[in-house]
Write a protein of this length. Structure first.
Length: 400
């Protein structure tokens, strides 16, 4: 039997009425005794519906070491950001008896790489089209030399360091001081404040696209380093110039931004479970809901049919990919039907080799035509209202 009574009661009444009207003396062997209820454009809905709130904080599960992190704004509200840092020391040797204003040069110094493979495990796909990612550079120079150098931002993908790198503006780090620089493709107000630190802005080239391509590692490359002594030396001096660089950006989504999460909505078999001798044919099943998207970016929903072990059922297709635009309420409808046109009955019986148990929902948070000026927050939510299941196109059953 079907566990939910929305359909069964009507079928029992109809079957009993028809059976009582049939004279047992008639020979009905050659008569088709299949009864159809409903037409192709009708849907029989289960009586139950549900409402749920999904917060982005339950969607993006952060782990230790993930380069997506939470920070707080000036109002104390949390937002998601990209933040990955590296620190290196450049050892400087100043020879004995060097005069003031003597120049020393290095040809190339590369920092240790920052690993960017540690994305949140809850995300199955990630494309970081960010509004204006930045590279923050802090140089602590305690040496008796002034530093001038040309900077590049190197990216490594599949173990290969790109030879060109991303060009950054030249920097100067005076002796006995700590200087702070921020680099981005689009100019920001200078000095740019991050916490209690003021950063001097410098131009970068193509940093946005390189971050979107998600390299495995990034590193700072300091080219044509020129050191100028500030005073004469009597003995050889070894000093470290400490460099900290941070890839940083709030998660403000551009048009090509994508994060994807998969979840299994199971238990469908329990809603429709049939005994092995039940001869009721269901043509298709529909999942319908109202989605109120309170996020600053769009949502895209895809679905596939799964069995009790969460494996896909190849013969069942899900019609339509649904999109819920930012700040709007959208009615979505997903229809499950067989690819070969057969009925669903064989997937709903107790002895079925493949039992239709639910759908795998793929939820994509996607950018839209304009970049969002608001960062994504764990409190951003989607309200799913009036979610219900129904049978599409009527049902048929046999009087045998």
């Amino acid at each position: 039997m079907i566990k939910k009574g929305f359909l069964l009661v009507g079928l029992i009444i109809t079957t009993a009425t028809l059976s009582s009207c049939i004279d047992k003396d008639y020979d009905l062997e050659d008569i088709d005794k299949t009864i159809a209820i409903g037409s192709n454009d009708q849907v029989f809905w289960l009586p139950n519906s549900s409402t749920d709130d999904i917060e982005l904080g339950n969607f993006i599960e952060l782990g230790d070491g993930d380069y997506i992190q939470l920070e707080k704004d000036e109002n104390g509200e949390e937002f998601y950001c990209i933040k990955a840092s590296g620190t290196d020391a450049i050892n400087v040797t100043i020879p004995a008896h060097a005069p003031a204003n003597a120049e020393l040069s290095f040809s190339l110094t590369a920092s240790s790489p920052i690993d960017l493979t540690s994305k949140p495990s809850s995300l199955d796909e990630l494309r970081l089209d960010l509004l204006n990612p930045m590279l923050l550079l802090d140089i602590k120079n305690d040496a008796d030399v002034n530093v001038d150098c040309k900077m590049k931002f190197g990216c490594t993908t599949n173990g290969v360091l790109e030879p060109e790198g991303i060009n950054l503006a030249a920097v100067k780090a005076p002796s006995k001081s700590t200087t702070h620089f921020c680099f981005s493709d689009t100019q920001v107000e200078s000095p740019w404040k991050y916490g209690d630190i003021s950063y001097q802005w410098g131009q970068s080239t193509n940093l946005h696209n390189k971050v979107m391509d998600l390299p495995d590692q990034v590193q700072l490359i300091m080219e044509n380093i020129k050191l100028t002594t500030t005073a004469p030396t009597t003995t050889e001096i070894n000093e470290d110039i400490n460099v900290t660089f941070t890839l940083y950006s709030p998660l403000k989504a551009g048009p090509n931004f994508v994060i994807t999460n998969e979840s299994n909505e199971d238990g469908l078999y329990n809603e429709f479970e049939m005994d092995d001798d039940t001869d009721i044919n269901i043509k298709a099943i529909r999942l319908e809901a109202d989605i109120e998207n309170k996020m600053p970016i769009d949502l895209q929903l895809e679905a596939s049919a799964i069995d009790e072990n969460n494996n896909p059922i190849d013969n069942i297709k899900v019609l339509q990919t649904q999109k819920a635009e930012a700040g709007k309420s959208t009615k979505i409808s997903l229809t499950l039907e067989t690819k070969d046109g057969s009925a669903f009955t064989k997937y709903l019986k107790k002895d079925a080799t493949e039992k239709l148990d639910g759908v795998k929902l793929v939820i994509k948070v996607t950018g839209n035509a304009t970049s969002s000026s608001e960062p994504l927050r764990p409190t951003h939510k989607v309200k799913i209202k009036n979610m219900r299941l129904g049978v599409v196109g009527g049902v048929s059953f046999s009087l045998d």
